[in-house]
Ligand binder design. Structure first.
Ligand code: HXC
Length: 268
């Protein structure tokens, strides 16, 4: 679908996206690039990064991939520094890397719980922490008039409760808290905007195929009137809004992009 945004809304910007080589993250990388940004993507799998970068480049996008695991502070630091070395500055950080699997709380080991907290919550904080000095106004290659922005990918499942997702619910609740607290501190001190996006069920993603078997998908459609699948594009457009000047007065919010699903109730 054609973008409603002008093709230059991110012209001259440099974006780093964790998890930017696949799924929703890759669509965000693509749309950021199509709207003028230079794009660095971070991920654990070299083959995924290589193919994502060559697809982006074939679209005329300035793109580079850096291998790394957001659970390792040294990787976070190295990838942020490599982005600066490659593109000269950093304007936008998108934390999209996430881990997930369905498991009952009874069967989930504390280490399994910790693993998802480490990727989603600690990983998000670590990336923000390592990127801070470059996102500040007047940071490397940046003007002194405004700071950069951060977009953290969250979820809606922790607004209520979700079966077999205690680890992810806890991790995404922490992500939302990180979003609000960094928005307060870094918005005040450095003019950096920190926001989040909470996607609903998005078609053609690892999240949907791993977490929502077809029979549940069909049942949910029956009793949740507002249940319809979103597209990766919908999340990328929300990210463009938040990361571009369109969202210049938006700070500390997590934008729910779920077609209304989480407020949906059956008719009596
Ligand atoms: C139970 C599991 C498990 C499973 C891992 N563990 N998979 N427990 N069921 N399916 C436990 C292990 O037993 C172990 O604990 C601990 O977690 C660490 O496992 P490892 O395999 O060593 O970890 P690692 O190789 O680092 O892999 C972590 C991973 C990750 C979380 C499984 O590889 C992953 O999920 N990658 C896929 C990324 C993905 O799908 N992204 C899209 C996310 S969609 P013990 O105790 O045995 O040592 C999304 C949507 C959220 O986030 C919103 C939904 C509505």
């Amino acid at each position: 679908m054609e973008s409603p945004f002008k093709a230059d809304v991110l012209r001259g910007k440099v974006a780093l996206l964790t998890g930017g080589g696949s799924g929703i993250g890759f669509e965000m990388s693509t749309q950021f690039g199509k709207h003028g940004a230079s794009v660095a993507i971070m991920g654990r799998r070299k083959s995924v990064l290589d193919s994502a970068v060559s697809t982006l480049q074939s679209l005329g996008i300035r793109a580079v991939g850096f291998e790394g695991d957001v659970r390792k502070q040294e990787d976070a630091k190295r990838v942020v520094e490599s982005t600066i070395k490659h593109f000269g500055k950093l304007d936008i950080l998108v934390n999209g890397a996430a881990g997930n699997f369905l498991v009952s709380s009874e069967d989930l080991s504390p280490n399994g719980f910790r693993t998802v907290m480490d990727i989603d919550s600690v990983g998000t904080f670590t990336m923000c922490h390592e990127a801070l000095k470059y996102l500040k106004k007047g940071g490397s290659g940046r003007s002194s008039s405004s700071g950069g922005s951060i977009v953290n990918i969250s979820a809606t499942l922790h607004y209520t409760a979700a079966w077999y997702q205690v680890h992810v619910s806890a991790a995404k609740a922490a992500v939302d808290a990180i979003t609000r607290n960094l928005a307060l501190e870094w918005g005040t001190d450095y003019d950096i905007r920190v926001n989040g996006i909470a996607p609903g069920p998005i078609g053609d993603t690892a999240g949907m195929s791993k977490l929502v078997p077809d029979e549940i998908n069909n049942k949910t459609r029956e009793y949740m009137p507002l249940y319809k699948l979103g597209e990766k594009w919908d999340i990328a457009m929300a990210a463009l809004y938040l990361a571009s000047d369109a969202g210049k007065y938006v700070n500390g919010t997590t934008l729910i992009v779920d077609g209304g699903l989480w407020v949906s109730r059956p008719r009596h």
